[in-house]
Design a protein around this ligand. Structure first.
Ligand code: FAD
Length: 816
């Protein structure tokens, strides 16, 4: 059956539809009308040409109008823009942008594939010529020209295109700031899964600003001055907008075609619009979300290509149907890849769908084979049936393979029990006999079968009164950090010490990634104890906490500075030993580093290469505690990280006698904010291995008072003083903006939302971590406060005791 098919848009969906139509019908007339100067170019490859990974620009042009003409006998008209559709007489009005001529073209079937355009919000100054976006070859050329001679650029938006652009700019050695309004990059993923990207971006010199937006663009000498919602300003050469796309629907809307609730063109599963002779495909259309069954906009190349093919099939009488979109995607961010398919946990929450989840952190392939690196996988599934709803993965290697397997499993309606049984290819360089996908299935199935009850970071952060945290990692691992307040019993000693645990309590057990925690739970539950295993272990907890505090793992340093530092330091220091700790998990790399430093002379340097992403934070923390000098930590090849450390000089006699560094702080004030600051510093220092002493004097003592009634012998003035002063940490007020308690309530609300520990919890944690709390007896006497009024565990002392502690401290603060 011969047809005249007109296609609007000649890239992903349009070109695909044209080629398929020709394969199905030799005699039909096929016309592609493309506004731009190119057809079928690789828009997904544009950032990689800007960054230099694809040096030859022509490689992005997958075909030309001439080739399409010769090979497929398709009439491709570039620089021809469709201005309007007349559905009644089945014609389109077209302007030839080269000649300005306007003409009409009739059709039997019309396929719309006009794509989506970058969102440009109405922010003052956004029309400045240096505020650019990336959609096509012309945009790419414009960006490359604008970057010439520029030393700094800013990417606005941390989704796929923003992240790829940030990497491209750093590859061009341009200092780069990435501004992202949400508190995480890659907002489609769950925050704890996207968290490692922060570190990766910062390690590669990207100045990452989360929770930030641009409120004005102004001209500046070297380009632009950006005003941020934080009040800061930022001078930059070029700003690249990558905050999302919106479907191009103007033609469809003007022609009276129905749009869907999300603003895209509405189509049925045959890609037909409300006019059966007009089809629409690609980024311009609304699809049905596979899981939520809600209309969605999911602008991805795979769906656009498949839809183009289906539209052509249907035009030629085939019964092809589009099976909805599950949002399978992957993005490279320097050494890491993040991939996802189906439903995320936060999308499930938004849609009110109850889900269960597990985390696993296995290696991408056998850890003994070179190049293995840790992969983090989150599986989201139905609570009872175990049907897979979605998955996310992040790591340096093997993310694509696992996400693709899970996308297929998800599409086939499989359950977590099916994942246990999947037979996947295995040899040491490629995987493990128990593939990460199988592992995720085992862990999820264990939960559903009731072999172990799971708990999550949120349970640990908001610890219920009957719960006790139990860290079953080794002592070395616990030294690199633990969850505040956790009891520590290494797994190897759990059986002999199980008698120490109470049947009245519930133990929230954790190890590094969840595997030993599971074994520990099996031991505990078979001994009649209540317990749950922290899914994904301490690693997932760290990532969750990192997300809620919005603190970057490393300080955001403007890229030009980082590059300079790295070059200077790395060039001038030659390590005497280079250790390969790739494939080892924490504390393996740290132990190897310690061993190597033990064997070298003071002042000599050791370099270590590791693939554990946690290593990037562990090394500086460990150096701080041990006194070795951290030279640099930087990304290496194949997802590894390289750190160089200089052995500390031989110990010199000094005031620090215990071998540990010490800090003594005076707490003078009973203002809530100052008390918080004092306790946060104390806990932080204790966690970093300091011996911490807090010396409470004058108003600071009020924080140590018990809140309930206390029987103490006092005279009248002492009693009056006692009534007027706050009793305990819950009664303190803000030093500023207290507003009769409203300000305090607001700040406590914010703290709760961001999972900041309360003041009483910080005090308890400090005591549990061995922070010594000394109360000044002279101040107590002056203020009429009696020992019985104070919480347990407080020592009494005077100035001499304070001076003694201070003399042994490397640091002292007066918090007033
Ligand atoms: P497009 O491919 O955008 O084609 C639409 C064409 O229609 C345009 O060339 C436009 O000029 C033309 N047009 C519009 N209106 C008219 C008119 N009135 N008359 C004539 N012509 C018109 N997706 C992935 O899955 N993975 C990736 O890694 C990925 N990376 C990307 C990187 C970048 C920088 C960009 C911009 C996109 C990326 N995408 C990626 C998205 C993917 O490219 C799109 O989903 C896909 O191209 C959509 O296909 P489409 O046919 O709907 O629109």
């Amino acid at each position: 059956m011969s047809q005249k098919i007109v296609i609007v848009g000649g890239v992903a969906g349009g070109a695909s539809a044209a080629a398929r139509a020709r394969r199905l019908s030799e005699e039909s007339e096929i016309i592609v009308l493309e506004r731009g100067a190119y057809v079928s170019f690789a828009n997904c490859g544009l950032p990689y040409h800007i960054g230099g990974d694809i040096p030859d620009r022509n490689r992005l042009l997958e075909t030309t109008p001439e080739q399409l003409g010769k090979q497929f006998r398709i009439d491709v008209r570039i620089r021809n823009e469709v201005l309007a559709i007349q559905p009644l007489d089945k014609t389109v009005e077209v302007r030839n942008l080269e000649t300005g001529t306007v003409y009409r073209e009739s059709y039997d079937a019309l396929i719309l594939s006009p794509g989506a355009e970058p969102v440009r919000p109405a922010v003052p100054g956004i029309d400045h010529p240096n505020v650019l976006s990336l959609r096509n070859m012309d945009d790419m050329d414009r960006i490359i020209r604008a970057l010439e001679g520029k030393t700094h650029a800013t990417v606005i938006g941390g989704g796929y295109i923003g992240l790829e652009m940030a990497e491209a700019l750093r590859h061009r050695n341009i200092a780069t700031t990435l501004i992202q309004r949400p508190n995480q990059v890659m907002n489609l993923a769950d925050p704890e899964m996207a968290m490692p990207l922060n570190q990766e971006l910062q390690l590669n010199g990207v100045d990452l600003r989360l929770g930030t937006e641009v409120v004005a663009y102004d001209p500046a000498t070297n380009g632009l001055k950006l005003t941020l919602n934080t009040g800061e300003t930022l001078e930059t050469g070029v700003a690249i907008l990558a905050i999302g796309v919106k479907p191009e629907t103007s033609l469809a809307q003007a022609a009276g075609l129905t749009l869907g609730p999300r603003g895209g063109i509405q189509v049925n599963d045959r890609m037909q619009t409300s006019d059966p002779s007009i089809y629409a495909v690609g980024d311009a259309v609304e699809v049905m979300d596979w899981v939520t069954r809600q209309p969605a906009l999911i602008p991805l190349a795979g769906p656009a290509n498949r839809q183009g093919r289906i539209a052509a099939d249907v035009i030629f009488g085939r019964d092809s149907r589009y099976r909805d979109t599950q949002g399978t995607a992957i993005c490279k961010v320097f050494n890491l890849a993040i991939g996802m398919t189906g439903l995320s946990e936060k999308a499930a929450k938004r849609a009110g769908i109850p889900v269960e989840k597990v985390y696993v952190h296995p290696f991408s392939h056998a850890s003994y084979y070179p190049g293995a690196s840790q992969l983090s996988l989150k599986l989201v599934f139905e609570p009872v049936s175990g049907k897979i709803l979605g998955a996310q993965a992040i790591g340096a290697d093997g993310v694509d393979k696992r996400i693709d397997v899970l996308a297929v499993a998800r599409g086939a309606g499989m359950t977590v029990f099916d994942l246990e049984e999947l037979e996947l290819s295995y040899a040491p360089p490629y995987g493990s006999a128990k593939d990460p996908v199988n592992m995720a299935g085992f862990v999820a199935a264990n939960v559903l079968r009731g072999d172990v009850k799971p708990c999550y970071a949120a349970d640990v952060i908001n610890l219920a009164p009957q719960c006790v945290l139990l860290d079953v990692r080794t002592a070395e691992e616990a030294m690199t950090g633990t969850i505040p307040g956790a009891l520590h019993i290494p797994l190897d000693r759990l059986r002999e010490r199980v008698g120490e645990l109470s049947k009245e309590k519930e133990y929230l057990v954790f190890c590094k990634v969840g595997q030993r925690g599971y074994t520990a739970c099996r031991i505990l539950s078979q001994n009649g104890l209540n317990c749950r295993n922290l899914s994904g272990g301490y690693l997932t907890y760290q990532r969750t906490v990192g997300e809620t505090s919005v603190q970057p793992a490393l300080p955001s340093t403007p890229a030009n500075q980082i590059v300079a530092e790295k070059t200077d330091r790395t060039d001038s220091i030659t390590p005497v030993k280079i250790i390969d700790a790739c494939g080892l998990q924490c504390p393996g790399p740290i132990l190897q580093l310690k061993q190597a430093l033990d064997d070298v002379k003071p002042g000599e340097a050791v370099s270590i290469r590791a693939t554990d992403p946690g290593f990037v934070c562990d090394v500086p923390a460990w150096c701080n505690t041990t006194g070795h000098q951290m030279v640099h930590v930087s990304p290496g090849d194949k997802g590894s990280y390289l750190a160089t450390v200089i052995k500390r000089a031989a110990e010199t006699p000094g005031p620090v006698t215990s071998g540990k560094r010490a800090m003594t702080n005076v707490v003078f004030s009973d203002d809530f904010d100052k008390a918080m600051a004092a306790l946060i510093i104390a806990n932080g220092a204790a966690a970093a291995g300091y011996e911490v002493t807090l010396f409470f004097t004058f108003w600071g003592i009020n924080m140590l008072r018990k809140s309930g009634p206390v029987v103490a012998k006092k005279n009248l003035i002492e009693k009056m003083f006692g009534i007027m002063m706050p009793k305990g940490p819950d009664k303190l007020t803000l030093s500023k903006m207290n507003m009769g308690g409203l300000g305090l309530a607001m700040i406590k609300g914010i703290m709760k939302k961001k999972s900041v520990m309360t003041l009483p919890a910080l005090m308890a944690q400090a005591q549990a971590s061995g922070v010594r709390m000394i109360v000044c007896t002279m101040s107590m006497d002056l203020m009429g406060i009696k020992k019985e009024e104070l919480i347990d565990g407080i020592e009494e002392g005077g100035v001499a005791m304070y001076v003694d502690h201070l003399s042994r401290s490397g640091a002292g603060l007066f918090i007033a």
